[in-house]
Design a protein. Structure first.
Length: 326
């Protein structure tokens, strides 16, 4: 049987007991595969790479080298959480790269969505490549490939951006969760002791906030986007909506609107709230958010986020609208 094919009799990992059995099995397999060699992992902080990191730390400890690249387009507190969980709590061999200025300088004035994506993805590969070449004795590359990736994209997990590494970096792959579905990866992550906020993390595009700061990215609009998104997530969590809504985020477009602030005319940005429910992301519906929750979010955004004078709720289902704006 192809080792990329999920066995027909493989049980769905739905309980802590099954997750513990899976972890023990994978720890043994990783140790047998890796021996005393080193493994490199691009740790984004997403569900899949975080679970792989925790699993490999349990299996081989400091032989795993994690590289976390902050491209300046992360949500509020995400890089800090990666450092806290993996470096401070799990004692990981973690290399943190703050490449914010490098990415934002390259993106200055670029307003075409696909070009933004290519710049972000291409530069990520360059940064990761540069860091990988500084390291010695790396024989393996770990990836957070999961089973839907194998079914849909030949097993290369595009949002980890490591599929584009130069061919001369001849690493053998380590993919311990490649036969699991996303819900199973989350169960394993909980069994490994990762924080709920990390294990239940929403889908997040590879270009990060770069596709939610519409048009040409500016640092002030990016800051407004990050702060408004944090407020939205905090209020959804307080209202018990975090577990009920599949994905939710804010968008800040590249245009201004008139408003009034402190008795004077303002000319500031709108913040758009996007929330959707879906099963397969091919179609999506818009949930009815309780009015008091929307009012609270609106009040906080207008009071706490500089440069914003309107808050809007996107009511568009998919189709016709896509989930992301860009």
């Amino acid at each position: 049987m192809n080792n990329n094919t999920r066995p027909a009799d493989m049980k769905r990992i739905s309980t802590p007991e099954l997750a513990e059995a899976f972890i023990s099995e994978q720890v043994a397999q990783v140790r047998a595969q890796v021996g005393d060699k080193k493994v490199l992992l691009a740790l984004s902080g997403g569900v899949d790479s975080s679970v792989v990191a925790a699993l490999l730390i349990k299996a081989i400890g400091k032989q795993l080298v994690c590289v976390h690249v902050n491209h300046g387009l992360m949500r509020k507190g995400e890089s800090e959480q990666v450092i806290e969980v993996f470096k401070n709590q799990l004692n990981a061999n973690l290399i943190y790269i703050d490449a914010t200025d490098r990415f934002l300088d390259l993106l200055a004035g670029v307003d075409e969505p696909e070009r933004k994506r290519k710049i972000i993805g291409g530069e990520f590969i360059k940064v990761f490549d540069e860091e990988a070449r500084k390291l010695e004795g790396i024989s393996f590359l770990a990836q957070g490939t999961i089973y839907p990736d194998i079914l849909e994209s030949d097993g290369v997990k595009a949002h980890h951006n490591v599929g584009g590494l130069p061919e001369d970096m001849d690493f053998e792959l380590v993919e311990p969760v490649k036969l699991l579905f996303k819900d199973e990866v989350r169960v394993v992550g909980r069994a490994l002791g990762l924080p709920v906020s990390m294990v239940e993390r929403q889908p997040f595009p590879g270009p990060g906030l770069g596709v939610r700061c519409l048009g040409a990215i500016t640092r002030d609009r990016l800051a407004a986007l990050r702060e408004s998104d944090a407020i939205l997530r905090e209020e959804f969590s307080k209202a018990g909506l975090a577990e009920q809504v599949w994905q939710y985020f804010t968008v800040v477009p590249d245009f201004r609107s008139t408003g009034v602030r402190d008795g004077k005319r303002a000319f500031d940005w709108p913040v758009i709230i996007r929330a959707v429910n879906t099963v397969d992301a091919m179609t999506a519906t818009v949930p009815e958010i309780p009015w008091p929750v929307l009012q609270t979010i609106t009040s906080r955004v207008l009071a706490e986020v500089p440069g914003v004078c309107r808050v809007l709720y996107d009511l568009t289902p998919k189709p016709v609208g896509t989930i992301e704006w860009e």
